[in-house]
Design a protein around this ligand. Structure first.
Ligand SMILES: Cc1cc2nc3c(=O)[nH]c(=O)nc-3n(C[C@H](O)[C@H](O)[C@H](O)COP(=O)(O)OP(=O)(O)OC[C@H]3O[C@@H](n4cnc5c(N)ncnc54)[C@H](O)[C@@H]3O)c2cc1C
Length: 622
């Protein structure tokens, strides 16, 4: 599938081959604009670049399901889905965008079914739906079966189906190519235009500059910022850092969702479906404590609420130790799946059962399972409009970045606000990914076909030369570096250690709860210790081909860039909302902070109003 030789110019490059990138590719190819172009004899050049083989994208790990008011089990209404999304997001949701999400959710799920997703079925053959936290009927009255699922392997189904459709359409993939730079130019009026990418072919170690009229970032989240995370190791916030490094902003980047049920010590996700199917959380006294924190919603309250409740139990001394480390910290609580029953466990939660057996050595139908909150999802990201076009906030208006699009977890279309509801992110990635692909096709149709005789764009060539020299110097220093006694010296240090140290700092100061002092300590440690260490890193082998350490160094630097933006935005928000809980500002403050943070590369935070169309803010306790 990998092309031997890439072109120097493409009409469209999509970076990322998860749900968002693959949906965008299909959206582009299946659009009316694309059909018209082909009808006119024009064959746009399109490329999907991915640092992983596409089927290794994190989308494949999604377990629980995808939300849509199909109403297959009980009556449902997309307005209720909209309301739950807004309320779950603690009113930091742009309601016009969430309306698109909720209204088009059923068509998105049916579209996935047509593309081959093998959903679990009801007795009468319709797509089965399960309970998920925060999804209710009649504006919060009681939980609703809204989440379409495929046992607990929805992501695997979606990723494989979309990828197979892409293969069928003949989409060109460049697999295991790492995008290191996004080239954006500014015109005399200050408006930004995307021009191209700098890409490292990890197979050869060669750096290429590639021009593109339209570029899409679909690079996923940044869970690796934290030591305990449900995310795969590749989720290093690359797209977000590429945007910041190109002088663009991130929106609401302070909001990181901690999923309540990460398996102790590993952080591996035990899907919310486990509680949807009847699992309960117990403290050290055997008390079902969620009834106290969220009466009427209990274990299926929104994720931020459940994560904070777990931490409150731990702080009150009612936590339990991981049985694998009985003398270790009592920083877990129990997940009790015993009442779910062996048959339901095996049929509907096979992945959860396998994970518990394999990594905890416990039997979910007989044993209690130790869990703790795990970094799961970045609500914020690269700001986009409804068609996926990236924009900048100038202080009083949005200004589009010409030719640049984004979708999926790296982006922020403001449908998740301060806290995403479970099963809404696959929906976001597929729906807004498709829309972005369609918008890209329209843009390509509106531009003249590329003339290969046109001179190369100097900014792209310059950025590629700069990166080429930087990679060469990582390799040549490897050849000349002697092991050093200094622990943090270039010879001893490495990107993996640096990422682990960053994860520990972020976990200590910014996980689930934070305050000004901790955030400043974390920022200081990153600026004064980790960034200089990252600058000094070199590879330990001077072989360019398949040198994974080169990629890891670039990833570590990207993580540091995102971490600094995240901590700065968290420090600027003097309130608690959704997933951001400030110990020093424990209340939500709608007067001061019902606004999206927009954090630039200089880490200056400005504020953009929230679009409130139908549902004025109310208090939120669960
Ligand atoms: C364990 C787990 C379970 C989940 N369960 C659910 C669920 O049940 N329901 C739900 O709605 N959501 C769930 N989520 C969230 C959801 O799966 C993700 O938000 C979503 O799949 C993200 O899709 P994406 O396309 O944005 O990114 P990803 O699937 O992460 O793909 C990112 C892509 O970008 C590429 N990439 C990244 N950086 C670069 C670079 N520098 N150069 C080139 N390529 C790059 C990668 O190769 C990859 O192809 C879950 C998440 C996790 C971690």
């Amino acid at each position: 599938m990998s092309p031997k030789q890439l072109e120097t110019h493409y009409d469209a490059i999509i970076v990322g081959a998860g749900a968002a990138g693959l949906s965008a590719s299909l959206g582009l190819l299946r659009s009316e604009a694309y059909e018209r172009m082909r009808g006119d004899g024009r064959e746009p050049r399109i490329l999907v670049l991915s640092k992983l083989q596409p089927l290794r994208s994190h989308t494949g790990s999604a377990e629980g399901g995808i939300a849509a008011s199909l109403g297959n089990i009980e009556h449902d209404d997309w307005h209720w889905h909209l309301y739950d999304t807004i309320k779950g997001g603690d009113w930091l949701v742009d309601q016009d965008m969430a309306a698109i999400l909720a209204e088009h959710a059923p068509a998105t799920v049916i579209g996935l079914e047509h593309d081959g997703v093998a959903f679990s079925r009801t007795e009468d053959g319709r797509i089965a739906q399960r309970l998920f936290g925060g999804h209710t009927v009649e504006f919060g009255r009681q939980p609703v079966h809204r989440t379409a699922y495929a046992a607990d392997r929805i992501g695997h189904q979606i990723l494989h189906s979309l990828w197979q459709q892409c293969v069928r359409e003949g989409i060109e993939f460049a697999e295991e190519w790492y995008v290191s730079d996004l080239v954006v130019e500014r015109d005399d009026a200050g408006a930004a235009h995307a021009r191209g990418l700098v890409v490292l072919d990890t197979h050869t170690g060669k750096v290429h500059g590639i021009e593109a009229d339209t570029i899409m970032l679909a690079t996923g989240g940044a869970g690796r910022l934290f030591h305990t995370t449900s995310n795969s190791w590749d989720l290093t916030g690359d797209g977000m850092a590429l945007a910041l490094d190109a002088g663009l902003q991130l929106e609401d980047i302070e909001f990181v969702q901690f999923h309540p049920t990460g398996l102790a010590h590993t952080g591996i996700l035990l899907s919310e479906a486990a509680r949807g199917e009847g699992g309960r959380l117990l403290n050290a006294d055997g008390e079902h404590f969620m009834d106290r924190y969220a009466p009427g919603h209990g274990d299926l309250a929104a994720r931020d609420v459940v994560s904070r409740s777990i931490m409150a139990e731990v702080d009150a001394g009612r936590g339990v130790a991981d049985p694998k480390d009985p003398d270790g910290p009592r920083d877990c609580v129990w997940l009790d799946l015993r009442a779910v029953g062996h048959d339901v466990l095996e049929k509907r939660l096979p992945e959860v059962c396998a994970t518990v057996r394999q990594y905890a050595g416990r039997d979910p139908s007989r044993d209690l399972i130790p869990i703790k909150p795990t970094a799961h999802y970045t609500m914020g990201g690269i700001p986009i409009a409804a068609d996926g076009n990236v924009y900048e906030w100038t202080g009083d208006a949005r200004r589009p970045v010409e030719g640049l699009y984004a979708a999926g977890e790296c982006s922020c279309v403001s449908v998740h606000g301060a806290n995403r509801l479970g099963a809404n992110s696959l929906l976001d990635a597929c729906l807004f990914g498709t829309r972005a692909g369609e918008a890209m096709a329209s843009r390509i149709e509106g531009t003249a076909p590329h003339d290969d005789a046109t001179a190369a764009i100097p900014s792209v060539a310059d950025a590629a030369n700069l990166r080429r020299r930087a990679v060469d110097s990582l390799l040549t220093s490897a050849a000349s570096t002697e092991p050093s006694d200094d622990d943090a010296g270039a010879g001893e240090d490495n990107a993996y250690r640096l990422m682990a140290d960053l994860g520990a700092i972020m976990e200590r100061h910014a996980a689930v709860r934070c305050d000004h002092d901790g955030l400043i300590k974390a920022l200081h440690a990153i600026e004064c210790e980790l960034v200089p260490r990252a600058e000094r890193l070199t590879a330990h082998s001077d072989t360019a081909a398949y040198n994974q350490e080169i990629t890891a160094i670039l990833e570590a630097r990207h993580l540091l860039t995102v971490a600094q933006a995240m901590l700065s935005a968290a420090d600027a928000r003097h309130e608690s909302r959704g997933a951001l809980f400030r110990r020093d500002f424990p209340e939500r403050d709608d007067k001061g902070f019902l606004a999206h943070s927009m954090t630039g590369p200089d880490r200056v935070v400005s504020w953009q109003p929230v679009a409130i169309t139908d549902y004025p803010p109310k208090s939120r306790t669960y």
